[in-house]
Design a protein around this ligand. Structure first.
Ligand SMILES: [Zn+2]
Length: 90
């Protein structure tokens, strides 16, 4: 049986190719994404989780951290809490 090796590679392409394994949409983002190890063929998170849960979990952790960082990027740390300046109040 052929094993599918999956790797995290830095994606710098704006393409939206289908998953190399299942053919579903992938919606890859710039930055670390999931690929087949021996090519630049994008793999969707579902297939990555199925074929290589370890790599998938590393990638998922990174994505979660980026998401949290993006939530806090326009906040300032004020003593013991993050505060977001409200700019749209009339
Ligand atoms: Zn897939």
């Amino acid at each position: 049986m052929k094993t599918t090796k999956i790797a995290i590679k830095l994606n710098n392409c704006c393409d939206n190719p289908p998953c190399a394994i299942c053919g579903e949409r992938t919606d890859p983002e710039a930055g670390p994404e999931l690929f087949l190890a021996d090519s630049w063929a994008v793999v969707c998170p579902r297939c990555a989780e199925k074929h290589d849960p370890v790599i998938f979990n590393i990638w998922a952790k990174f994505k979660r951290r980026c998401f949290i960082a993006s939530l806090f990027q326009d906040c300032r740390y004020d003593g013991d809490q993050y505060v977001r300046e409200a700019t749209n109040l009339v």
